[in-house]
Design a protein around this ligand. Sequence first.
Ligand SMILES: [Zn+2]
Length: 329
Amino acid sequence: MDFNEVTGQKKIIRSLIKLIMEDKIGHAYIFTGPKGIGKRTVAKAFSHMLLCVKPTENGPCNKCIPCRLWKEGSNPDYYQIETVRDNILIDEIRSMQSNIIVKPLYSGRKVVLIADAEKMTVQAQNCLLKVLEEPPLYAVIILTSSNYEALLSTIRSRVTRFNLSRYTRDEMKKIIESNIKQVNSNIEFVINYSDGIPGTALNLASSHDFIKLRESAIDIVHKLFMIKDIDFFDIYNFFDINKDNIDTVLDIIIAYYRDLVIAKTGGKENMLINSDKKNKILSEARNHSLERLIKNIEIVEAARVGIKQNVNYQLSIESMILRLQELVN
Ligand SMILES: [Zn+2]
């Protein structure tokens, strides 16, 4: 994907193109912002343009050898560290280190991309620091991270940061429509729920599972409002089978409580995330106190924190269910 194919982030893209055209490229950059915002897309488009030997203000030429090799995914002057594992280990940075000292073959530059840089262990970060302290003249190292603070301050002080901003509704709509032929959910809901983050929107819009998960999670919210006559194990079971998606489940539940709060406090209808369930939300909001709804959001957030901090999953969920039912404080 070229810069001109990237929707949004125009300010950052203009700055990056300007740096290249004015030949003011430094040795290290980092793209930061929430997960799914498109850091890697921008970082790769930047890498491509850095490698092109005849870039223009509109982007890479797409004709030179580096551009052609880039399109084939085989440009030897580009090195990428991208992992689905939890950590990036020192050995991976060492391999990059021995690759980067070999001069570029086709471009004036050699570009390294380290995606999710916060995954680097401290040893890996220290190893990278050595490269950043004395990079080869032709090297450009690009990092992406959704957790900038997790990087050593010594690394942070050596990289130029570009923080990606959330997308506007129009940009989101454009991204969804150009990427997905058939949107499986109500598009307004997808835009509201994904809060300016294209990655979230694209996952939602293409997922059949998400629609089912959302309906079931909202059903659970309704069950939890009933103090009597509910089957605790039935509810617990839902959270148990969706353990791998717990963050999404909790997001859906919180979004529903949040909408009730908005309806309760006289917020505008277009502020609702679950805009497709507007009528239900407006009538339901009357049945609950504002205090209770806000408390519920806090309870769910507390469960999320507990799970993240590795408190026993079952305990966190059970306590959340009991507290939401007002059976315990
Ligand atoms: Zn080119």
